[in-house]
Design a protein around this ligand. Structure first.
Ligand code: ZN
Length: 311
C-alpha cells in the first residue's frame, strides 16, 4: 500500500469510520469548508441536513494553511469540499475535481492585484528572483483576485450554486438545501443593499489597506482600493510603500486599514507618515466574534466613519 493512499483512508481524528461520507455524521453528507466564510455559507445552506467542518482553525491566517493527517483524512472522507482556488495552495493541491466546489467558478472574478509598478508579487516580475529565493510559494498563484466573499452579492450567487451542489449530492434533502440557499442569498442581498446605501455618499472613496483583500468590496460599492501588499506575510518594498504614501497624501486619506491576524506595523508606519490613523477592517479570513453578517455590518460601520459617509 502506498503511503499516499493509506493516508486518505486513515481517520487520524478518530471519527470512527473509514467509509467515505456515510458512516460518520449519522449518514449526513460531510461538507468540508476550506475557511471561515465558506464554513458559514455551508452551515447556512446545509442546515441540519449536512455535517459541516472547516479546515482552517479559528485565529489561523488561511493563506498559509498546511494540511496535517487529520485534515487529509477529512478531505478524503468529504462528500463535498467547498473552497476557493487561489486562497490556499495546500488545499488547491489536495482537492479532487469531482467532489470539490470551487466558489470562484460560480461568480465573475476580478483580476488579481493592482497594476502599479514597483509591487513585487511573488515570482511574477523583475523582483521575482528574490521572492523565489525566499522559498515562498505563496497564495494568489491564480490570475484572479480570490477574495470574492467580501462582496455579499457575489457570495449570494455562491450560496445558490452551493444549494444546487448539495441538492445533487443528497437528493433526498434537495428541497431543504434549495430553500436554505434561497434564504441565505436573500439575507446577503439585504446586506448588499445596506452597503450600497451606507457607502453611497462619502467624503473619500479611497480605501488604503495593508492586505489587499477588499477588491471585490471596492468594486461593488465604487470605492478605490489601494493595497500595500497582496500577501499579508510579505514585507512590502520601500518603493511600494512610498508609492502608497504618495497616493494617500494626494487623496487626503484619513485612515489606513489593518486587520487582526496580520502584524499592523506596516500600516502604522504608513499611517503616521501621512498623518492618518489606523482602523481594523476584517477580511473575514478567520472566524469573527459574531458571524459573517455581523462582521460585515461592523466593517460597514468602520468604513462609514473612516470615509466620512453621510446619511
Ligand atoms: Zn487574503
Amino acid at each position: 500500500m502506498l503511503a499516499g493512499a493509506a493516508l486518505l483512508t486513515t481517520t487520524a481524528c478518530g471519527a470512527g469510520s473509514a467509509e467515505s461520507g456515510t458512516g460518520a455524521n449519522g449518514g449526513k453528507p460531510a461538507v468540508v469548508a476550506a475557511f471561515y466564510p465558506l464554513q458559514w455559507l455551508s452551515q447556512q445552506v446545509g442546515g441540519p441536513d449536512a455535517a459541516v467542518s472547516v479546515l482552517t482553525a479559528p485565529g489561523v491566517e488561511p493563506h498559509d494553511l498546511e494540511l496535517g493527517a487529520h485534515q487529509m483524512a477529512e478531505l478524503g472522507d468529504a462528500t463535498l469540499i467547498v473552497y476557493i482556488k487561489g486562497v490556499q495552495p495546500a488545499v488547491d493541491d489536495a482537492v479532487d475535481g469531482g467532489r470539490a466546489f470551487d466558489a470562484a467558478t460560480a461568480v465573475k472574478t476580478l483580476p488579481a492585484g493592482h497594476d502599479e509598478a514597483g509591487h513585487d508579487e511573488a515570482g511574477h516580475d523583475e523582483a521575482g528572483h528574490e521572492s523565489e529565493a525566499a522559498g515562498e510559494e505563496h497564495d494568489h498563484e491564480v490570475s484572479y483576485d480570490p477574495h470574492l466573499w467580501l462582496d455579499p452579492s457575489r457570495l449570494a450567487t455562491v450560496a445558490t450554486k452551493l444549494g444546487e451542489r448539495l441538492a445533487a449530492a443528497d437528493p433526498a434533502h434537495a428541497q431543504g438545501y434549495k430553500d436554505r440557499a434561497a434564504a441565505t442569498a436573500a439575507s446577503l442581498g439585504t446586506l448588499d443593499k445596506e452597503f450600497a446605501q451606507g457607502l453611497s455618499t462619502c467624503r473619500s472613496r479611497t480605501l488604503v489597506t495593508a492586505h489587499e483583500a477588499f477588491g471585490y468590496l471596492a468594486d461593488r460599492y465604487r470605492l478605490k482600493q489601494v493595497g500595500i501588499t497582496l500577501d499579508p506575510d510579505s514585507e512590502p518594498s520601500p518603493a511600494r510603500l512610498a508609492e502608497v504614501a504618495g497616493l494617500a497624501r494626494t487623496e487626503k486619506v484619513t485612515t489606513v486599514f489593518t486587520e487582526s491576524l496580520v502584524n499592523p506595523k506596516v500600516a502604522q508606519v504608513l499611517a503616521s507618515e501621512v498623518g492618518a490613523k489606523t482602523a481594523v477592517l476584517d477580511p473575514l479570513e478567520s472566524k469573527p466574534s459574531g458571524d459573517y453578517l455581523s462582521a460585515m455590518r461592523a466593517n460597514l460601520t468602520t468604513l462609514r466613519t473612516a470615509l466620512g459617509c453621510g446619511a
